[in-house]
Design a protein around this ligand. Structure first.
Ligand SMILES: Nc1ncnc2c1ncn2[C@@H]1O[C@H](COP(=O)(O)OP(=O)(O)O)[C@@H](O)[C@H]1O
Ligand SMILES: CC(=O)OP(=O)(O)O
Ligand SMILES: [Mg+2]
Length: 403
């Protein structure tokens, strides 16, 4: 069975085509700047050189059509005909309380995703466009949705409720949901397999540190607490997002700077975090480079970023009354030895003994970076959200065919 995985954002669409007989990736790529003057399509067929095209792609239906053209291109495609695609799996960021696992797309499921537009205005409308675009281009092909929030539906109410009037939860579902669940779930299972221990027996903290970043406390194999909240703004300091702050800052700044709701939202989501503090970039590579060249603001941004990761690890170790395994994943977590060192050096009291040489190694596989005998094992685990989406899609479609 061939499964196409789609991660649709407001102005981008990433894709990966899997052959599920051996889980190999036949092709992957992305369409960027959808709806803007010049869109960029980058297509990477397995074993062939990358193809890059610049053209005008005004909406997601056209973007999916272009992806199909790339995938079936006689020169650099991966399949002969679109009918070879048996199923499509989508990443959906917000599943609210309605979804605690992946599901096949039905009319009811689409209505539920629509109901959640308010809670994820940047993400869910884009995902819906992706789903509709596939319906238009591949009519009759089954689709599945895999939610970022699903893994965190096991959190106890002590973790997911906010201490505000409960009527707001009842009326508007104001509560903590958590995100990056597909990644936290995938890397925690990988870590347990690497250590040859049942996941349920380990107290684990997974740190997904990419553009968006979140930490999750995993107890008895389930999400017990996570740093993102009702939206992906809460928690850690991120590339352009503030993470935790005193909520009183919002009305204060709105009043002083005469900002609208949209403006303050945009300030906290797009103009804060590492970008704001460094004054240089939201990209960890550029901030680290500037720091190494002696830039003081870059150093402050890096230090604040790491300090906040360290604080979450400390609080989750307390929440679980212990820690066996700490996992770093995603763009920064997998690649920045400097971040891992800065974080781990400050929490040796938990029983973490980092191996500097192992930490500095540049590898692409799951590995331990603590010394043999370290009480807490620290692992770097490459995440693969797309593979988990492909697996869930494959499983759901197979089940629906046999039932
Ligand atoms: N070699 C590296 N060293 C440090 N940071 C890196 C490296 N490679 C990628 N990153 C960082 O990873 C981040 C992007 O992470 P990623 O997980 O791809 O994000 P997203 O999926 O949210 O777009 C960027 O801040 C980038 O600078
Ligand atoms: C939920 C979220 O923050 O996703 P991303 O890291 O892809 O921005
Ligand atoms: Mg990501």
């Amino acid at each position: 069975m061939k499964v196409l995985v789609i991660n649709a954002g407001s102005s981008s669409l990433k894709y990966q085509l899997y052959d599920m007989t051996d889980e190999s990736v036949l092709a992957s790529g992305r369409v960027e700047r959808i709806g803007m003057d010049s869109s960029i399509v980058t297509h990477e067929p397995a074993g062939k050189p990358e193809v890059r095209q610049v053209s005008e792609i005004l909406d997601h239906v056209t973007a999916v059509k272009r992806v199909m053209e790339m995938l079936t291109n006689p020169e650099f495609g991966a399949i002969a005909h679109m009918s070879e695609i048996d199923a499509v799996g989508h990443r959906v960021v917000h599943g609210g309380e309605a979804f605690s696992s992946s599901v096949l797309v039905t009319l009811e499921v689409k209505l539920e995703i629509r109901k959640l537009f308010d809670l994820a205005p940047l993400h869910n409308p884009a995902h819906m466009m992706g789903i509709s675009a596939v319906e238009a281009n591949l009519p009759g092909v089954p689709q599945a949705v895999v939610f970022d929030t699903a893994f965190h539906q096991t959190m106890p109410n002590t973790s997911y409720l906010y201490p505000i009037p409960t009527v707001l939860y009842r009326r508007h579902q104001v509560r903590r949901y958590g995100f990056h669940g597909t990644s936290h779930s995938y890397v925690s299972a990988q870590a347990a397999a690497y250590l040859r221990k049942p996941l349920e027996s380990l107290k684990m903290i997974t740190c997904h540190i990419g553009n968006g970043a979140s930490c999750t406390a995993i107890l008895n194999g389930k999400s017990y607490d996570t740093s993102m909240g009702m939206t992906p703004l809460e928690g850690l300091m991120m590339g352009t997002r503030s993470g935790d702050l005193d909520p009183a800052i919002v009305p204060f700044v709105m009043n002083k700077e005469e900002l609208t709701l949209n403006e303050v939202n945009s300030m906290l989501n797009k103009h804060s975090g590492m970008l704001a503090v460094s004054g240089i970039s939201s990209d960890m590579r550029e901030v680290t480079e500037a720091m190494e060249e002696g830039d003081k603001n870059a150093k402050l941004a890096f230090d604040m970023y790491c300090y906040r990761v360290k604080k979450y690890i400390g609080s989750y170790a307390a929440a679980m009354n212990g820690l066996d395994v700490l996992v770093f994943t995603a763009g920064v977590g997998e690649n920045s030895a400097a971040l891992r060192k800065a974080v781990c050096e400050g929490i040796t009291f938990l029983g973490i003994e980092l191996d500097d040489k192992r930490n500095a190694e540049r590898r692409k596989d799951t590995r331990e970076i603590t010394v043999a005998g370290s009480k807490v094992k620290v692992l770097v685990v490459p995440t693969n959200e797309e593979l988990l989406i492909a697996r869930d899609t494959f499983r759901l479609v197979k089940q629906s065919r046999t039932s």
